[in-house]
Design a protein around this ligand. Structure first.
Ligand code: ADP
Length: 272
């Protein structure tokens, strides 16, 4: 009868509505799951250094009669504290980038300055690793964004390139522009990354080789920060690598016209 007809006609719409609701729930669950994973990964990663700090503090207490021992434990304690500080600051940075927090990104940011400050921040690391940083390519390019965030992203790539390179090698930082996009490529001739790992290195806390990474004091957060920082600026990051040969990480960002080409007001005022 009539009611059946109504039911038949109503079903597709109801089904569509239910699908929409389900999809929304799935998306919310996915976000919530990601948040839970982040919290649980984070507390797991913090456990080791926090545990080490309290063990070393106890060791210092019980070695108080032996100044030489105390000095050894104290210097290890200070190393663990430094590691803990790096880890927490990276966790904070990543969670800020993942949340929709405001970036300071309504500005013209100079690629030259972004790279210069990233290079400067890693000059000591490069020096003590015996690795030379070589900046090449186009100058005078600009993007719209938060220079500090972008500089940290480039810096993370430089830090990795140094950390996973042999002594005496050089790391290239190249810049080129094409089709409204600027590419910043960081190239090393280091250990490289297996094809299998290439898909995973941008994940939080992922390290291709646990033992090797631990020796370099890695956190597994550097590339996750790079990925989120670049995505927040409408760009992406690509990876080329071959094991034993080296790696190239390329950050791509939307280019803007050089601000020197278009400040008619400022220039006009200056000329008066
Ligand atoms: P980490 O702090 O451990 O370096 P990242 O997120 O920066 O964490 O990198 C994740 C992993 O990717 C590293 O542990 C390392 O195994 C690998 N990796 C990153 N950059 C390079 C590189 N330039 N050469 C070789 N391996 C790299």
């Amino acid at each position: 009868g009539e009611s059946r007809l109504v039911t038949v006609r109503a079903t597709p719409l109801t089904a569509r509505l239910m699908l929409l609701v389900l999809r929304d729930i799935t998306e919310k669950e996915r976000v919530e799951q990601m948040r839970r994973d982040f919290v649980s990964n984070t507390s797991h990663e913090l456990k080791t250094p926090v545990g080490a700090v309290s063990l070393l503090a106890e060791a210092i207490e019980s070695a108080s009669d032996d100044p030489a021992q105390v000095r050894v434990f104290a210097s290890r304690l200070s190393a663990e504290a430094t590691r803990l500080a790096t880890l927490t600051s990276r966790i904070m940075n990543l969670s800020r980038l993942q949340a929709a927090d405001e970036l300071n990104d309504e500005r013209d940011a100079s690629i030259d300055e972004i790279i210069a400050s990233a290079v400067e921040a890693h000059a000591v690391q490069a020096d003590s690793a015996g690795v030379q940083l070589v900046r090449g390519g186009t100058r005078g390019l600009f993007v719209r964004g938060d220079a500090q965030v972008l500089s940290e992203a480039v810096g993370n790539l430089i830090a990795n390139a140094i950390a996973y390179s042999p002594k005496g090698s050089s790391v290239g930082i190249g810049v080129k522009a094409a089709d409204g996009v600027v590419e910043i490529a960081v190239t090393d001739r280091g250990i490289g990354i297996s094809e299998e790992d290439q898909d995973r290195v941008f994940e939080r806390f992922y390290r291709a080789d646990q033992a090797r990474s631990r020796r370099t004091g890695g956190t597994g957060l550097g590339l996750a920060i790079v990925k989120h920082a670049v995505q927040r600026h409408g760009g992406d990051v690509r990876l080329w690598s071959r094991e034993g040969r080296g790696s190239t990480f390329t950050i791509r960002l939307p280019l803007i016209d050089s601000p020197h080409d278009e400040p008619p007001r400022k220039r006009a005022r200056k000329e008066k």
